[in-house]
Design a protein around this ligand. Structure first.
Ligand SMILES: [Zn+2]
Length: 85
């Protein structure tokens, strides 16, 4: 699970930047994104496959279609990484 704000979901309206101290926020966000990339690379290098569910993919109710897609990735997927949406 990635929160869209903290992990900077590309193109997502939830990935806003606060108006105050924009340079500080940009450094914080850049660090988060770089750390995520490094962690994903380490997991894949260790033989794991990585699926990211972005916060905005989740509604207030359980989304059966999303659950099915994640389950298919886990059970049958061949890609090393996937993201939803
Ligand atoms: Zn998002």
């Amino acid at each position: 699970m990635h929160g869209c704000f903290w992990h900077r979901h590309p193109g997502c309206p939830k990935a806003t930047t606060p108006a105050t101290r924009p340079e500080w926020w940009q450094r914080k966000f850049d660090g988060n994104v770089e750390r995520d990339r490094q962690q994903m690379d380490r997991l894949i290098a260790a033989g794991w496959r990585v699926g990211i569910v972005w916060e905005c993919a989740l509604g207030r109710k359980a989304d059966g279609a999303l659950i099915d897609r994640v389950e298919a990735f886990i059970r049958h997927g061949r890609d090393l990484r996937a993201e939803w949406p």
